[in-house]
Design a protein around this ligand. Structure first.
Ligand code: ATP
Ligand code: MG
Length: 230
């Protein structure tokens, strides 16, 4: 088992297909050093979300291996997996409940102070204070409605509070106005910190802040380089 996780990821000879369907990834190899920010780009159906979902262990490989710090992801306990690998999905999914409760999902039992500190870190605190009931605002209630950009910031605060070694982010495709876009980009940079991150990137600004860009096509990596090279 692993306690101090650095966040090094490695696929070796990985083969995957959904159910008994066709092979989607065939003898896939990829090493991501701890702390690297990797942007994944490619056409629809290329296998980007599949890659993300495998790391978050939504599915198991057919063969080959996927490891975190050398330990097979399939051998982690559910608790270890939740602790070390956090996935932020495209929908920036919020549950019915207050803003504070939604952020606290990152770390059950967190104090309001910790929740607010996470919100401050990603730049969500001010707009939350401006909501009708502040941190007690019901996110799904009329009047308490939060914008797409604000939803993303709340989900960033949740992930920041969870503080995983590995962050998987399927970036929202919905377009934001320029101030929201800037706020989300700024929040993302704080959230990235020193962790390992794999971001399915839909924004050029995200590709530009990555250490490495992977172009995926047909379940294979067809280009692998720095944002400047690609
Ligand atoms: P997009 O940009 O549209 O999100 P993507 O790069 O994320 O595309 P994936 O969702 O990883 O692509 O899909 C890769 C392949 O796996 C596609 O051929 C897709 O049809 C197939 N696929 C994805 N999810 C499933 C599933 N749940 N069951 C069966 N096949 C699936
Ligand atoms: Mg996808």
């Amino acid at each position: 088992s692993i306690e101090q996780v650095r966040g090094e990821l490695a696929f070796k000879d990985a083969v995957f297909g959904y159910g008994d369907g066709p092979v989607i990834m065939d003898r896939f190899d990829l090493s991501i050093p701890a702390g690297q920010t990797v942007a994944v780009v490619g056409q629809t159906g290329a296998g980007k979300s599949t890659l993300a979902k495998l790391i978050a262990r939504f599915y198991d490989l057919r063969s080959g291996s996927l490891t975190l710090d050398g330990v097979a992801i399939k051998d982690l306990s559910n608790e270890q997996l939740r602790r070390h690998v956090v996935m932020v999905t495209q929908e920036a999914f919020l549950f019915s409940g207050s803003v504070a409760e939604n952020i606290a999902l990152g770390r059950p039992g967190a104090s309001l102070q910790e929740i607010q500190d996470a919100a401050k870190a990603v730049g969500a605190h001010q707009f939350i204070l401006d909501l009708p009931d502040g941190y007690d605002t019901d996110v799904n209630k009329r009047g308490g409605r939060v914008s797409a950009g604000q939803r993303q910031l709340i989900s960033f605060a949740r992930a920041f509070l969870a503080d995983p070694a590995v962050l998987i982010l399927d970036e929202a495709t919905s377009s934001l106005d320029i101030p929201s876009e800037r706020a989300v980009q700024h929040g993302l940079q704080t959230l990235l910190g020193n962790r390992t991150a794999l971001i399915i990137a839909h924004r050029l600004s995200t590709v530009q802040i990555a250490d490495r860009v992977l172009v995926v096509h047909g379940g294979k990596i067809v280009e692998d380089g720095s944002p400047q090279q690609l």
